[in-house]
Design a protein. Sequence first.
Length: 382
Amino acid sequence: MIKKWMLTLLACVVIASVLVAYKIMHIRAAEQAKASAPEYSETVEAASVEVIDYQPEVSVLGEVVSPQQIALRNEVAGTIAAVNFSAGTVVEEGQLLIQLEASEERAQLQSAIASVELARISQKRLAKLRTEKIASEDQYDNAVAELKVAQAKQAMLEATLSKKTVRAPFAGIAGLHQFERGQYLEENTLITTLVGQQDFVWVDFSLPQNYRALPRDARVTIEELSSAHLSSPQNADLISAPVIARESIMTRDSRSLNYRAQVPRTLAGTGLLSNAMVRVKVPIAAPQSNIAIPAVAVLHSSAGAYVYVLNADADADAERQDNSSVSYRAARQPVVLGERQGQMIIVVSGLEAGQRVASAGAFKLSPGLLTFVTEPVMQDVP
């Protein structure tokens, strides 16, 4: 019985030894295969830390203002007798726009003119008779007073007729309207908006008092707020304009100082229409040099922003048989960022000029990872 148990135990020991030997051989083979396999790596695009000229600026909203703009309204009520302009067309200075019915006033004016003429003749006659001592001073004074009363009535009727005629005070482009002959207009009805055609437009904006006052010759950058520019701000048309005036006092409600920039109409085009809102970038400090990197190189975590610095790995290059490309080791580097300048972003601290960082594809890296660099892919512009 003991012999059988001994044989069974011996068989188990032999089987276990075979299994252990097999496992050891398998592990050694895996380790050899792993040692012979190339190290895991990633390929990314890279960029050098550059020094760029940078001027701190603040972005505020501005309003486009036409130097000549007026809302034309009628002073008196009446029925439209004639409409002499089309919506959206150019009108000349003094051009008749709206004529209200004024036949009664014209008839009264003719009567007033006749009364003035009669009073003038009477005054001249009495003046002659007074010199001949035939008419008294009282009669002459009454004739003078009657002439003045007649002239005042004529002037009053002429003013009434003038109020029933709406003319363009200056040449410009008329706004939209829907007036027709025979339509009754209430007093102070908006007739149209007239915008002049100067060679420039103004852009008014304001800065809070915690920013330094701008000198008169300062220049600002103006950008439209159209949907196309908001979706692709890097492709927006930027207009540089000089500051031509500033308010003498700050506003009481917001403690801001108002400024006015002037933009040539040839640059404004059709995008800067009167009363449109625009973005105004205002310099708030002197130009300075700062280091910058592509914005795509910046990664974020709960600890803050960071980038991957690419350090050349000479040991990996020596081990590789193919020396066609230089290898790097990725090192995670926290950074403090400043403002964004187009495709670049200012780095306040954490990097030095000349260092190489991973840009496109940086999210694939980890600290110490073997990294190769490829040239950026150039896309054809349609």
